[in-house]
Design a protein around this ligand. Sequence first.
Ligand SMILES: [Zn+2]
Ligand SMILES: [Zn+2]
Length: 273
Amino acid sequence: MVDAHVHLEKGDYTVEWVQQFVDYAVQRNINEIFFLEHTHIFRECRSLYDEMSSYNEYQRDWYQKKWERARPLSEYIDFIEKLKRHEFSVRLKFGLEVCYSPEHEKDISEIGRMYPFDFLVGSIHFIDGWAFSHLRQRWDKKDHDADALYKRYYEVMQSLVDCGLFSGLAHPQSLQCYGAYPQKNYKTTYLRLAKALSLNNMYIEESSGLTVHYGDRRLGMNPDMLACMLAGNVKVLTASDAHVPQDVGRYVKEMNDIIKQGALWNGRDCFDA
Ligand SMILES: [Zn+2]
Ligand SMILES: [Zn+2]
């Protein structure tokens, strides 16, 4: 089994730190880990945060604090090179989790060229500047109509996939982190996304990150989205979004079971609707 989304940034860049993640992976029958870091921790990626920083004072302060501690990308690259010379008992890949906004595709393409990363996964953390996953400004139906929000969320997701800069799409259900679940039928949207993912040879994450970090009781993609991905032959990779060793592989077995069940009724539910 694979855990395609694991962060190292909370510890020092040492082999011992990585070994702790590997130990948990082995315990949970994970044989491959994709390590990645958020672009907001690197100096070279500053421009990706222009819109979110000017959205409101809270977000400006949030990014300012990140910026004060931002490190050069070379620190991560040097660490990757060091780890590649080391033997571990599971396969490791190294990449970046890029905060995507349609305005910054040129910047993202430049970041991607700074090092031959094994993968770049695109994440939607902001919708037109609003960082929706922050507790301090969580979704409230009084402020944001869920249907309008989902329309825009999936538009941005479609651009992320269409731009051809990414190997994968991260946590495609993250907008529901504070209970904004999609209410309408989005199967046509999901099928369009699936087609584009497959065309661009991209994977999609089946992510337990919201369950691990936000207590979301709906694990992974919603059944319609998963059915459409399987029907479109999109590669689905399980991912925990772990930030500490103990979270590596959490719910990956359960998500594999869900994917297997989904594969049994692959396409049927999706196309009959
Ligand atoms: Zn993320
Ligand atoms: Zn992440």
